[in-house]
Design a protein around this ligand. Structure first.
Ligand code: DGY
Length: 304
């Protein structure tokens, strides 16, 4: 076993050099596993991402080469949903601005009109991408008496819709009617810049946008403009278009809450993610079916 203990991801050349002749890789979203890596490491049989998202891996190339890719769904769903709500509430009720206000010594007396925010309870929550995490976010909205709208290519089914009191609508309707728009879609060619200038213009001027999915789902430059001109009220972002870079325009704005891609970062969940990834990797190497494969068809081709 070869363990990379540094904080920075390995440069591609070093990754290849260390992975060559190995059978399994347990990796993070900062490790790009593309066809070049796969070709250079012909003994590789398993790539176990310690994340639910896997846009850092060329899954099609892996499948072609019989390499099984796995991810870590489920174990991080509730933790990510909790943090989505932390961003939502911080943006709506201006928690970070309040913190700054106190630290800067500006809290001289109680004031009736200081740091007014928008209510959350009783409002409309628009969930874009109604998979595991989107649904967990919606479920928390029930406690706030919210009306839930969702947009997803696949309907959730009447039972889930009834339980979550959720209604499937198209994206323009969701943007027009929601007080909070929260993104939970994977990064795919069709979701890149899903929220651009046009989508932002369709949102309410009192609405907040929350993104704990993938940065490139939002056109960051367009978001900066919308926030600067107060065409929307606020935003909460855990992810960025070119992580770890953050659009400089965001840094100067007070109506956006920024976090360094930490939605799943609880002690308990990070441990579960690591254990699941290792279990996935070892199971493939032992010839079994891993708990959470992304491309089960690669398993079949391996066995054929
Ligand atoms: C994921 O799991 O995809 C997160 O973005 C990283 O934990």
């Amino acid at each position: 076993m070869d363990v990379h203990t540094g904080d920075a991801p390995l440069p591609k050349r070093e990754l290849i050099a260390r992975l060559r002749a190995r059978q399994g890789l347990v990796c993070l979203i900062t490790d790009a596993v593309d066809d070049e890596v796969l070709v250079a490491c012909p003994d590789l049989r398993a790539v176990a991402n310690v994340a639910v998202g896997f846009n850092n891996i060329d899954v099609a190339a892996a499948t072609r080469r019989g390499v099984v890719v796995t991810n870590t769904p489920d174990v991080l769903t509730d933790t990510t949903a909790d943090f989505t709500w932390a961003l939502l509430m911080a943006a709506a009720r201006r928690v970070v601005e309040g913190d700054q206000y106190v630290r800067q010594g500006r809290f001289k007396q109680w004031e009736y009109m200081v740091l007014l925010g928008g209510d959350i309870h009783g409002k409309t929550l628009g969930v874009v991408g109604f998979g595991r995490i989107g649904r967990a976010v919606a479920r928390r909205g029930l406690g706030f008496g919210m009306r839930v709208l969702y947009q997803d290519a696949v309907p959730a089914g009447p039972e889930v819709e009834r339980e979550l009191r959720a209604t499937r609508v198209d994206l323009p309707t969701l943007l027009r009617e929601s007080d909070f728009v929260t993104l939970h879609t994977p990064l795919l060619p069709e979701t890149r810049h899903l929220i651009g200038a046009q989508a932002l213009a369709a949102m309410r001027p009192t609405a907040c946008l929350i993104n704990a999915a993938r940065g490139p789902v939002v056109d960051e430059a367009a978001l900066v403009e919308a926030l600067r001109e107060r065409r929307i009220a606020g935003a909460g972002l855990d992810v960025f278009e070119e992580e770890p870079k953050v659009h400089p325009g965001l840094l100067g704005l007070t109506n956006v809450v920024l976090a360094p891609h930490v939605a799943s970062a609880s002690y308990e969940t990070r441990l579960k993610m690591a254990n699941l990834a290792i279990d996935n990797c070892l199971t493939v190497l032992e010839g079994g079916t891993p708990p959470t494969p992304v491309n089960p068809e690669a398993l079949a081709s391996r066995r054929a």
